[in-house]
Design a protein around this ligand. Structure first.
Ligand code: BG6
Length: 516
């Protein structure tokens, strides 16, 4: 049985929280790991972008904290460099104002003294800058210190606030646990200090515009939903391909692998959005209830099913855009006999009325030919083909392809008659491109998600139950792979679409991966 549903959610507390956010406005955001890679590349640049667009509230303040002593000015210099490096359009006036709201506190996350200093600085910033007592804590640290930080926040009375006029919220980065047990423990420890409505477990895939557009496409249009089921859909393919390797993160990746790094979280989240029933309203609990129902309906796998339905592989030497790259086992921090998978392909089923027997194929990998993520809905073929005698090839099925990145688009593939005297059919595409249609740059996922947290909207964050069910689903796979007495793992040349076994997974059902 999948882990139990979250029953501790106090919906009214959440609603109180939203109205409090609207009234109170600003906040002090404390970033644990404030000078780390993620803070430099994503979090602080995202908040700068938000400030430049006028989306941060007046007095918004960031306190970075982590090991290492620095003055506030040194921290500002460090972040100035990051913003210049990672933000496309920097406006010097807004940059100056934004940096003035940055502070640094050095210390050890396990040391109570750090929290005394932090509390003093946050209080001071609340009085002088934000003029209110709202706080967001962002855990952008290795997962090993999530619990110590949360416990210290609890011990120093920094997690709760009396009355409903102000709030405390906490954003927790991935990886959220490394298996079901550790995820449950983490949830329990966090739950001992923060209430569920205060907790925002981030999955940056959910902040991507096109991922959110899956819901808009399905539920804001009358024409798709009647077809969105086993009667019309033959199968679904979800691909998240990357051309990069492990990029200096060999140590982390050895402990993780593609199943934990991409499938358990990002790809399952995308799958649930494709598969959910229409929520009655677009609020955090209604949407997340439906998502949890899909995860619970997913078919669990036994050890033999794992061998049949999951493919793992590792990238070898090869060429990416014509340039030679080294295989995974030669990367820094990676064991030369590593069995860690950098590629996963899998077949899932959602055993409910809508989706019975419709396969959901997913695949993800590093060092694939290009960076592209998409969801492709393959519709059933026409029941009778009157053109058959005039044609040499099978007629292609209709495919609705939602490209999540890099070219955010929705394309419908259908058959059309090629001009000429013969009834010759060709596949053609109707293409909707975000950038062309809306003429705006889409915001970075981090910007959207942090602003949602600031507004008290948890719709795009993972609830406790979803995280646990996600782990429950992949546990048999992790266990099977760990217990298999083998010293080899299929290899694929860098720059290819993965191993032959991945093609076989679909071929045995008479299907082919689409090349995005
Ligand atoms: C992260 C993974 O969560 O997602 C990385 O840890 C991966 O390994 C990244 O590269 C992919 O995200 P995006 O937004 O570049 O598709």
């Amino acid at each position: 049985m999948p882990p139990a549903a979250t029953k501790t959610i106090d919906v009214h507390a959440g609603l109180r929280d939203v109205s409090a956010a609207q009234r109170a406005g600003s906040c002090v955001m404390t970033i644990f790991g404030g000078a780390g890679d993620l803070a430099k590349r994503k979090i602080v640049p995202a908040m700068y972008n938000a400030a430049r667009e006028g989306l941060t509230p007046p007095g918004f303040t960031i306190v970075g904290t982590g090991r290492g002593e620095m003055s506030h000015d040194q921290y500002r210099d460090l972040m100035r460099d990051s913003i210049r490096e990672f933000v496309a359009h920097v406006d010097e006036d807004t940059l100056r104002d934004f940096l003035a709201g940055l502070y640094w506190v050095g210390g050890d996350f396990g040391d109570p003294a750090l929290y005394v200093t932090l509390e003093g600085l946050i209080q001071q910033c609340s009085e002088e800058r934000t003029k209110c007592d709202n706080r967001m804590y962002y855990l952008s640290t290795p997962p090993s210190v999530f619990v110590p930080i949360v416990q210290q926040l609890g011990a120093h009375n920094m997690a709760r606030v009396s009355g409903s006029h102000h709030w405390r919220r906490i954003i927790i980065e991935k990886p959220f646990g490394r298996d079901l047990e550790s995820a449950k423990t983490l949830n329990r420890e966090i739950g001992a200090v923060f209430e569920e409505w205060q907790v925002y477990r981030i999955d940056h895939y959910l902040g991507k515009e096109t991922v959110q557009n899956i819901t808009a496409l399905r539920f804001a249009n009358g024409i798709f939903e009647p077809l969105w089921n086993r009667n019309y859909i033959n199968h679904v393919q979800i691909t998240a391909a990357e051309s990069i390797g492990v990029e200096g993160r060999g140590g982390y990746y050895e402990e993780s692998g593609a199943l934990r790094d991409m499938v358990q979280n990002h790809l399952l989240q995308v799958l649930t959005l494709v598969a959910i029933e229409p929520p009655s309203t677009f609020d955090a609990n209604a949407v997340r209830d439906e998502k949890a129902k899909v995860l619970r309906a997913m078919r669990p796998y036994g050890p033999e099913d794992v061998d049949r339905c999951f493919v793992r592989a590792q990238y070898d030497d090869g060429l990416i855009q014509g340039k030679p790259v080294i295989g995974y086992r030669k990367e820094d921090g990676v064991s030369p006999t590593s069995m860690t998978e950098t590629f996963v392909a899998a077949q899932f089923f959602v055993d409910n009325w809508r989706w019975a027997d419709v396969p959901f194929y997913i695949r993800t990998g590093k060092r694939l030919p290009k960076r592209v993520s998409e969801v492709a809905i393959f519709f059933k073929r026409t029941p009778h083909l009157m053109f058959r005698r005039m044609m040499s090839d099978e007629v292609a099925p209709n495919v609705l392809a939602l490209q999540i990145q890099p070219d955010e688009s929705i394309a419908m593939q259908f058959e059309a008659k090629f001009p000429g005297p013969q009834m010759e059919l060709r596949s053609v595409k109707m293409n909707f491109q975000y950038k062309e249609a809306f003429q705006v740059e889409t915001a970075e996922a981090y910007e959207r998600l942090i602003l949602d947290c600031l507004r008290g909207d948890a719709t795009l964050f993972m609830r406790r139950d979803a995280v646990e069910v996600g782990w429950w689903l992949v546990m048999p796979v992790l266990e099977r792979w760990q217990n298999q007495q083998t010293s080899s793992i299929p290899a694929y040349p860098s720059g290819s679409w993965g191993p032959k076994e991945s093609e076989d997974l679909l071929a045995r059902d008479g299907r082919l991966w689409r090349t995005p």
